[in-house]
Design a protein around this ligand. Structure first.
Ligand code: HEM
Length: 132
């Protein structure tokens, strides 16, 4: 039997395993490897983000939409559904490899939903940029 996702330690483990896959990916690894300079801080922040998301603690404070619009702009406004699809596949794969239960499905669903919003927000941001 695999483990349920029960606490911050589980979330931290998940985040570490996930980013190891992401960083090694030939198609999307460079986005992360180029922009993220302090990996310990990033992994801690993403642990805060998903812990906040799952367990209703108030640790993460940030604006993922603004951050991803900056990432998109930095790389020439070319992020497509393909990058999000790769990201989401690693997320689901990492979850299924190590965990089972309701929180696995919740985290898959929330990441899918957030991907859609991040992607749409990028389109809107590109539009605004081209108007100025
Ligand atoms: C194509 C897909 C994606 C790319 C290329 C990408 C890239 C990045 C990069 C480079 C950063 C660090 C930015 C910086 O520190 O300057 C970042 C931060 C972050 N990403 Fe993504 N990301 C992607 C998808 C996602 C998705 C789908 C989620 C959530 C479901 C997500 C959640 C976050 C969060 C919460 C942060 C931290 C934001 C903050 O600084 O407060 N990302 N992402």
């Amino acid at each position: 039997m695999k483990k349920q996702i029960e606490n911050r330690a589980d979330v931290s483990f998940l985040v570490h395993q996930f980013y190891a896959k992401i960083r090694a990916d030939k198609e999307i690894g460079f986005y992360f490897n180029e922009m993220i300079t302090d990996w310990d801080a990033h992994l801690e922040k993403l642990t805060d983000f998903w812990e906040t998301n799952l367990f209703a603690v108030r640790k993460y404070k940030g604006n993922p939409h603004a951050v991803h619009n900056d990432v998109d702009e930095h790389f020439g406004s070319k992020i497509t559904a393909n990058e999000f699809g790769i990201w989401l596949n690693y997320w689901a794969q990492t979850l299924d490899e190590h965990f089972e239960g309701e929180n696995v499905e919740t985290l898959k669903r929330r990441a899918r939903k957030m991907s859609t919003f991040l992607h749409m927000s990028m389109f809107q941001h590109r539009q605004k940029e081209s108007e100025v």
